[in-house]
Structures are given as structure tokens and as C-alpha cells.
Design a protein around this ligand. Structure first.
Ligand code: LRH
Ligand code: MN
Ligand code: MN
Length: 426
């Protein structure tokens, strides 16, 4: 299932007039404020976010899983789904694989398919939070932190294998997320668990190719409910420093306790040159993995404001690996991902509109009211026509979601793949 350029052009024709009127109005407004609109559009067009291979199926909670029908049941179909999203949005130019859920069988074919859809392979993700078929040791009581050396060695070997798979695909980074921790006081010795984890990560790091990065993801709780070994950015930062210059922290928006000031974490890590990866989602209660921007769009904007500041002022921090880490229980995953991409672009565009010079001046004068006015002035701008223009210039759809529905893509996927398909993974 592929979408053709003609289909997109046809869909855009209907939207063209409306889009033009809105864009010209905004362009005029922004130009009066001395904003370089063309530059802004270029930045939006260049911004690419990876889609993880596990996000294409309807996920679920531990209470149940409801298929959306026509789900991809193998890696080829998952790549095709990302291709559909990328064709419509021109913003999803990469896929992030989870191993062993999505180990390619035929590397040449998989790479050729991705190339034909203009997709790159982003970070590869290891999985030591589930026991794999036929494995000797169990991760029930942890992986890289386990009290048993044999378990730790198995988990280290798995991560090295994942690096090998990534190398064959052209990936340049490894993301490590651990479920390791304890559910009851006294179950673990904190120092021993952390020490083991640090040593295991250092061992994996030794196998990292010269031009690769390692991302260490943190999360305060779940699946363990008393302690998690890599619980927060401080622990992740400390471990990344212990490993070396190719190791970085990874911020997942859902991996914070309620009301954590995530933008401040972003700012600190970028200043130290240690923010490597970023997982987008939204949440009300915990690691809910909801559609980006669906609950706290202003918080997302404030985070982007720090990301933009960091990208412009912190050459010590590398380019970030962006990824959507969301799960889809009741929505069509492709629609949900399109909504997430739109929310990301919106927050990014608004953050780019913050007048940094005026903000600095207001901060130096301690003009608190004016500081808020500057941020909220940018946030309240309707930037949708700007995002549309960035998409159109790259051959995408003015309204990706509308086009997806008008082209009846899901119906065609069901016809092609059948109704009762099950995506591998979460
Ligand atoms: C668990 C998690 C984490 C990882 C993903 C594979 O919380 O969502 O964010 O990135 O699983
Ligand atoms: Mn994540
Ligand atoms: Mn998560």
C-alpha cells in the first residue's frame, strides 16, 4: 500500500485556496515582527521525528487489547505504515526498531523498502524487560542490574547483538531502557544494583562503534513500584558520564512524576551537552503514552522553548534523536501518529517564534510580566498554516489526516492485510 504524489496533489487542490489565505495573513503578521518566515519554514521542513516499530499496532493496557484491524503483522508492513505517515506529513523520515520484536529477515530487502519510502533507521532499542523465547536466563529480577552474573552477561550480550543489527541497517545509536528495580523495600541493595548497572552499561559501551551514541532512558516507576535503578535524569546523567562521551541521557516525556519541570531538565542536560534522545508522548497520570499535545500542549511548548534555546546556544550538545513513544489503545495508530506529529510541529513552530532577544532583555530587567507576555504571545499564534506550508513544500498533504481519511487508507489496508491481524510488540 503506497500513496502516490498525484493522490496528495489532488487532495491539496481542494485545500489550496483556504490554505493560501491563512498563510498570507500569518506571513504578513510575522513579517511585521521581523520574523524570517522562509527560514522558519525551512526549519520546520527539516525537522524529522522517528516512528518506533511498536507504535503501528493498536497497543493496549494490561486489561485488554482491541485491534484496529489491518494492523501490520511484520516488519515490512510496519515500514510501509511509516511510509504512509511520511508521505502525508513529510515529518516522519525515520523508523526506530525494537529488538527482538522486529529483527529483519532480509536486510537488503528491508533497507531497499525503507530507501524507496525515504526512511532512515534511527536508534535501535534493546529489550531486556521480557524473557525471550529460548533464553537461558530470566529477567524476572532484573537484567543489567541482576544479582546473577549469568543474567547480566546475557543482557549485555543482547545489547551487543542489537548494536550489530543496527549496524547492518545504518542506525547510529542504541537506546537502553531498563525495567530493573524492586517492588518491595529490602528486595534490592540499591548500591549493588546501581553498581552492576554501571558496569554492564560500560561493557556494552565498549562495543559501540566509533560513530555511534548510546542513549540511557530513565523512568521513576513501572513495572517496579518501589524502586527503579535508573529512576531519574540525575541517575541517567551520572551513568552516561561514567560510560563516556558517546553516552547520553534520553528524556521520555511520560517518564516523570506529576508536575516535574521537564523543561528545566532539558535545559540542564543540553547545557552539559548530554541530552541525546527524546521520546514524545503526553500523559495525565503517569507513563500514559497518549497522543502528543493531547493533554498539556502548553507544557510541550515550554519544553520546546528550551530545546530551541539549546539547539541555538549549546553547540556542546549533539543533534537530538527525536522519536514518538506512544501507544494506541482506542484510535487508529496512523491517525494518532499524524496527530502527534502535528502537535510536535506546532510546539516547535511556536517555540521558534519566541523573541529571544526581547526575552533576554526582559529577564535582565526582571520584568516578569513582559517575560510571560513574550512566551504566551508566541504560544497563542496560530501557526498551522506555517506547518502546512512546510509540508507542501516537501510534497506532503496540507491536511494529512483529512487526506488519510479521504483516501480511505485504513479500508485499503484491511482489504490488503485482512481484518484480524496482530502487530508484534507491546
Ligand atoms: C516503557 C517504554 C519506554 C521505552 C519503550 C520501549 O516505559 O515505553 O519508554 O522507550 O517502552
Ligand atoms: Mn520511551
Ligand atoms: Mn515509556
Amino acid at each position: 500500500m503506497k500513496i502516490s504524489k498525484d493522490q496528495i496533489a489532488e487532495s491539496n487542490q481542494k485545500e489550496q485556496n483556504n490554505h493560501r489565505v491563512q498563510f498570507e495573513f500569518l506571513e504578513d503578521q510575522l513579517s511585521r515582527k521581523n520574523v524570517h518566515v522562509a527560514e522558519l519554514i525551512q526549519k520546520l521542513a527539516d525537522f524529522q521525528v522517528a516512528i518506533p516499530s511498536w507504535a503501528l499496532g493498536a497497543g493496549g493496557t494490561r486489561f485488554g487489547r482491541f485491534s484496529y484491524y489491518g494492523e501490520p503483522s511484520n516488519l515490512t508492513q510496519k515500514i510501509e505504515d511509516v511510509g504512509i505517515i511520511h508521505m502525508l506529513t513529510r515529518t516522519a523520515g525515520a523508523i526506530s526498531l525494537h529488538i527482538p520484536w522486529d529483527v529483519p529477515e532480509d536486510y537488503t530487502a528491508v533497507k531497499e523498502l525503507a530507501r524507496s519510502l525515504d526512511l532512515k533507521f534511527d536508534a535501535v532499542n534493546s529489550n531486556t524487560f521480557q524473557d525471550q523465547k529460548g533464553s537461558r536466563e530470566s529477567y524476572k529480577f532484573g537484567s543489567l542490574s541482576n544479582v546473577s552474573q549469568a543474567v547480566r552477561e546475557q543482557a549485555i550480550a543482547h545489547n551487543k547483538e542489537v548494536i550489530g543489527i543496527g549496524e547492518k541497517l545504518g542506525s547510529k545509536s542504541l537506546t537502553v531502557w531498563l525495567a530493573d528495580g524492586s517492588s518491595f523495600p529490602g528486595q534490592n541493595n540499591f548500591q549493588t544494583a546501581l553498581h552492576h548497572t554501571e558496569n554492564s552499561l560500560k561493557e556494552i559501551y565498549k562495543s559501540l562503534p566509533i560513530d555511534w551514541k548510546m542513549f540511557i532512558e530513565y523512568k521513576p516507576y513501572e513495572p517496579n513500584f518501589y524502586s527503579t535503578v535508573i529512576q531519574d535524569w540525575g541517575t541517567s546523567f551520572m551513568l552516561a558520564n561514567a560510560c563516556g562521551e558517546k553516552a547520553y541521557s534520553l528524556v521520555d516525556l511520560g517518564h516523570h512524576l506529576p508536575n516535574t519541570n521537564i523543561e528545566q531538565i532539558v535545559s540542564t542536560l543540553m547545557w552539559k551537552g548530554k541530552l541525546g534522545g527524546f521520546h514524545f508522548n503526553d500523559s495525565k497520570f503517569g507513563d500514559d503514552d497518549l497522543t502528543v499535545g493531547s493533554i498539556k500542549p502548553y507544557a510541550l511548548f515550554l519544553i520546546f522553548n528550551e530545546l530551541v534555546y539549546g539547539m541555538e546556544n549549546n553547540p556542546q550538545n549533539p543533534d537530538l534523536a527525536w522519536m514518538i513513544d506512544a501507544s494506541h489503545n482506542i484510535k487508529d495508530p496512523i491517525e494518532d501518529l499524524i496527530q502527534s506529529l502535528e502537535a510536535i510541529q506546532e510546539a516547535y513552530a511556536k517555540a521558534l517564534l519566541v523573541d529571544q532577544v526581547a526575552l533576554k532583555l526582559a529577564q535582565q530587567e526582571n520584568d516578569v510580566t513582559q517575560c510571560q507576555e513574550i512566551l504566551q504571545g508566541a504560544y497563542r499564534t496560530d501557526v498551522r498554516s506555517l506547518i502546512q506550508m512546510a509540508r507542501v513544500q516537501k510534497g506532503g498533504a496540507i491536511h494529512p489526516l483529512k487526506a488519510y481519511r479521504e483516501l480511505a487508507i485504513r479500508k485499503k489496508l484491511i482489504e490488503e492485510r485482512g481484518k484480524h491481524t496482530i502487530a508484534t510488540g507491546l
